[in-house]
Design a protein around this ligand. Sequence first.
Ligand code: 9J3
Ligand code: ZN
Length: 261
Amino acid sequence: HADDNPHERGPDPTESSVEAPRGHFDVDEESVSGLVSGFGGGTIYYPTDTSEGDFGAVAVAPGYTATESSMSWLGPRLASQGFVVFTIDTNTTVDQPNSRGRQLESALDYLVEDSDVTDRVDGDRLAVMGHSMGGGGTLAAAEDRPELEAAIPLTGWHTQKDWSGVQVPTMVVGAERDSIASVTTHSEPFYESLPGSLDKAYLELDGANHFAPNMSNTTIAKYSISWLKRFVDDDTRYEQFLCPPPAFDSDIEEYRDTCPH
Ligand code: 9J3
Ligand code: ZN
């Protein structure tokens, strides 16, 4: 079967493989100086194996006042599943969401055109993620760049509530007890404003607060891996974790979707 899709990477997934602390691929990392233009530098995490071809890539932005270290757990966690992951610093830690979105786009451009891993990255298979104002930036980048393959705002924060212009498959992750970007004023309206015809999902973390995306979180990892695999790699082997939606998971307060994809 793996033969039908040239972008599939790694072995057939299982419930335990998408929940595991590390995936199939060994990962190396490389630091990018803050002197680059367009964003504040960061760390690139990439699979060392080149035998299956290149990989899709995802840029990850931190939240207000935070640095890339707040998102670093996602680097090896996602890269070991078969993605090039770029956790970035923003130019300043107080940059607003739309600026963070432009910086995510610049980081992807850097990854594809100027980095030391250009030959490992497929420039047609790019995605964005981010926490809080970085999540707001994730939505802004998706709106600005419809050719992106996936977007995942994590407890996203943005004053803009209407994202009906987004055409990029988007998984919105909210946290039930977030008092900084409450789901009722942020993640839920973000999700609902996305087009009904879009491949989209809303995942609300049970009992979690605004900073849940800043530490290892198996629910975030499992569904992010599945979303990226499904839409960046067109890897339908991962559809099983998204559709039908998760039924009885005590870590999920609520899940909304537009299944089947
Ligand atoms: O990135 C974030 O954590 C945004 C939340 C926030 O502090 O917004 C109020 C200015
Ligand atoms: Zn196949």
